[in-house]
Design a protein around this ligand. Structure first.
Ligand SMILES: [Zn+2]
Length: 289
């Protein structure tokens, strides 16, 4: 039997008083809201989920092992399955699905859960992946809805066959409508981002930042590659400048020659001026960095 790595397993542990059935794998991660402002007593464990998450404290209390069935759903005989025992991990979130009640008592409305809260919940789901829980959801959600939710509940066989994330409002044989307006899209986003940053691996390579991959350079560091590219460009610029200076020098030589020719009456003044006009237009390629 296992528990979530970040859960407190002593404060409200009910596995000894209310031992449930053993589940060899987990198909579902089912969310509830407690409709309370703090840790519920769960009748001493009689109606406890697998674990409870306190968003405002960002704490988790686990009540049963991951592989043991919990007790926060109804298990009516009218449906095909025993909902609590159907390979489901149940998480109660200390929040209110009922928006007006939350405002009246100064509690946290479920629609106000933040990215940090979803990152915490996502981490639990990803951790349970090794038991079989897929980090996906294909049931209907009513994101942002502040009152009673209907039209999303699964039939007994559909609940039994379902694999992924769902809520009490989806469970067959039940009438509660939590988690109401919870933003499952934000939970999905947190799941896509994977495990939250632990702060242990803050050094990122240039390759990670720029996605630089080039087979001909293998695993070469992208910064080094960029430095070399800049050095090559610098060298090319210097060569061009040198060529420019040589051109200017040649032009100066030709100009001097034209004066000598004119002075020796080998060319006319007009011809000498034409040569210099021509030269003044050269030797300035206009190279700019
Ligand atoms: Zn519930």
């Amino acid at each position: 039997m296992t528990t979530l790595s970040k859960a407190n397993t002593t404060a409200q542990w009910y596995a000894n008083r209310y031992p449930g059935g053993t589940m060899s794998r987990l198909d579902k991660f089912l969310l509830h809201s407690t409709e309370t402002r703090s840790w519920p007593g769960y009748g001493g464990g009689a109606s406890a989920p697998t674990a409870t998450y306190h968003p405002l404290r960002r704490e988790i209390r686990q009540h049963f092992p991951n592989e043991m069935s919990a007790r926060a759903l109804r298990d009516p005989s009218g449906t095909a399955v025993r909902e609590n025992r159907d390979n489901v991990f149940q998480l109660e979130i200390i929040a209110y699905s009922d928006f007006n009640l939350a405002k009246r008592v100064g509690g946290l409305w479920i629609g106000d859960l933040t990215a940090s809260h979803f990152a915490d919940i996502a981490q639990m789901i990803l951790e349970l992946g090794k038991h079989g829980v897929p980090p996906t959801s294909s049931v209907k959600w009513k994101e942002g809805q502040k009152t009673y939710v209907s039209g999303v509940r699964l039939s007994g066989p559909a609940y039994d066959a379902y694999k992924g994330i769902l809520a009490h409002m989806h469970a067959s044989g039940n009438d509660h409508w939590d988690t109401g307006g919870l933003y499952c899209s934000k939970l999905k986003k947190a799941l896509e981002q994977g495990l939250p940053d632990t702060g242990e691996d803050d050094e990122v390579s240039a390759q990670e930042v720029w996605g630089y991959t080039n087979k001909s350079f293998g695993e070469e560091d992208a910064f080094a590659r960029l430095r070399r590219a800049e050095a090559s460009a610098g060298a090319a610029y210097e060569k061009a400048e040198k060529a420019n200076r040589q051109l200017e020098s040649v032009a100066a030589g030709l100009s001097a020659l034209s004066f000598a020719l004119k002075n020796n009456n080998l060319i006319t003044t007009e011809e000498q001026e034409a040569i210099n006009a021509e030269l003044s237009g050269q030797g300035k390629p206009g190279l700019s960095r």
